[in-house]
Design a protein around this ligand. Structure first.
Ligand code: CO
Length: 472
């Protein structure tokens, strides 16, 4: 999710702290210096993520009749390999037969279609799979073997494990979405598919686990912050470019990851540009790396692509106002913004930080403005001291605080809580600074925008790309 500022906290309704200093929300203001002459070394290609389209094993099921088998073991695959090695090679055929039998009896615990089985059931050990591990470079490579850093990591295990659980939910839900979203579905159906999948797999429960922010499904020239409000009849079309951007949290540790969904292959190069750019940003990131340098690397990659649509060729442009961001607990948008152009920001990434790197490419101007009806909101991190006068607004604020704390929400999330006719109250909370609104961000009409996004953590010894999957 792009540019939303939130903070922790469940119960606190107290008015504490100063009014929020402009959330880097919405448009991350201007990212400073222009897109000056990106040095044109084409790097391209050689960094294709492995196994582009292999479906992740735990999601593939059916024949296993997973839904009726909450007892089976989700990690059988590994066990089998162990058996194979242990057993004698000579008897391998017999062994295989036996194993097969055993497997059938035991049955694998696998996900249903649509996904309904909680990740904690699929991983009875409650230890969730690590993301992609990347060693730091050069001056920081020593970290991987440092006893001190490794000890520090062991202390952080629980939070990593929470993040990995959220990431596994994200992968399973998004891969189901990739398989099943088809032209003709309404945007509301798409969002509910993703949101219900998330709630089920993460076992949504108050602030312990759940949806981290509204499901973005911005279309075409709209780059970010669109999700349908109740009554929205928009239907996804064959020619649409849809950015699916959703978030999962466990104990406030958020996975923020997005991909672009298209049906027409004419957009393939646009998507390739942005996928490559996001992977570049993720690869360049590390402890002590400057944010501006990451932006420069991203910009160079995006601009090295062209896409031909309707007989016209476009050089893909980065959308300069949109950025990646650091992530804090219960707060999707931390202090630091990761630009997607070279803005010269000398701020460094630091040990222990969580980041979402997201990049946006456009066939339009590469500049966004606000447009259309607002759906996304978030409580101010620092609640203004000024009292809320309107009783209706005060009540709504209590609901927001109780249900979402500093996690972003949308109108549909209020609707499902039974809130009704709240728009005036919500508007007054925005005016008083208790809540921020995040209207959709659009490039010029007729243009197409794409996005990919990953969440990683700068662990003391290595970088872990938590949201990495076989899909992207
Ligand atoms: Co984001």
């Amino acid at each position: 999710m792009e540019a939303l500022a939130q903070e922790v906290h469940e119960k606190v309704i107290v008015a504490d702290g100063a009014p929020e200093t402009g959330p880097q929300g919405g448009v991350d203001a201007d990212n400073g210096p222009a897109v000056t002459g990106a040095t044109a070394k084409k790097k391209k290609k050689n960094k294709k993520p492995a196994a582009e389209s292999a479906p992740i094993e735990s999601v593939i099921l059916q024949e296993n009749d997973a839904s009726k088998d909450p007892e089976a073991d989700g990690e059988d695959e590994d066990d089998d390999e162990g058996d194979e090695v242990a057993g004698s090679a000579v008897t391998s055929t017999a062994a295989k037969k036996k194993k097969k039998k055993k497997n059938n009896k035991k049955k694998k615990k696998t996900q249903t279609e649509p996904p309904t089985i909680p990740i904690s059931v699929l991983f009875p050990s409650k230890i969730y799979p690590e993301g992609e591990l990347c060693d730091y470079r050069d001056d920081n490579l020593w970290r991987v073997t440092s006893e001190e850093k490794r000890a520090l990591e062991r202390q952080n295990f629980d939070q990593y494990n929470d993040a990995r659980r959220a990431a596994e939910v994200h992968r399973q839900v998004r891969q189901y979405a990739q398989r099943s979203i088809k032209p003709g579905m309404t945007m509301i159906e798409i969002c509910e598919m993703i949101e219900n999948g998330t709630r089920n797999l993460v076992e949504a429960k108050g602030f312990e686990s759940g949806i981290a922010f509204p499901t973005g499904c911005s279309l075409n020239h709209c780059a970010a912050h669109y999700t349908p409000n109740t009554g929205d009849k928009t239907v996804i079309q064959y020619g649409d470019v849809c950015k699916i951007d959703f978030g999962v949290h466990v104990n406030g540790t958020i996975i923020d990851s997005a991909f672009t969904l298209t049906f027409d292959p004419v957009y393939d190069n646009l998507l390739a540009a942005v996928k490559d750019a996001t992977n570049t940003g993720v690869r360049e990131a590390g402890i002590d790396v400057r944010l501006g340098e990451i932006g420069a690397a991203i910009q160079e990659v995006i601009e090295s692509y062209e896409v031909e649509i309707g007989g016209k060729t476009y050089q893909v442009k980065p959308i300069r106002g949109l950025t990646g961001h650091s992530i804090e607990r219960y707060q999707i948008h931390g202090e630091k913004a990761v630009p997607i152009v070279n803005n010269g920001d000398p701020t460094k990434m630091e040990e222990g930080e969580y980041y979402a790197i997201e990049t946006f490419g456009s066939t339009g101007r590469g500049i966004v403005r606000y447009d259309m009806e607002t759906s996304h909101y978030g409580r101010a991190i620092d609640i203004p001291k000024t009292p809320i006068r309107l009783p209706r607004a005060r009540a709504l604020f209590e609901t927001i605080n109780r249900e979402f704390g500093t996690l972003a929400f949308c109108r549909r999330y209020l609707d499902r809580l039974g809130e009704d006719k709240y728009l005036l109250a919500l508007k007054s909370l925005c005016d008083s600074g208790h809540v921020s609104d995040y209207p959709p961000l659009v490039d010029v009409k007729g243009s197409f925008t794409a996005q990919y996004e990953h969440t990683f953590v700068l662990r003391p010894t290595r970088k872990e790309v938590l949201s990495r999957g076989d899909d992207y």
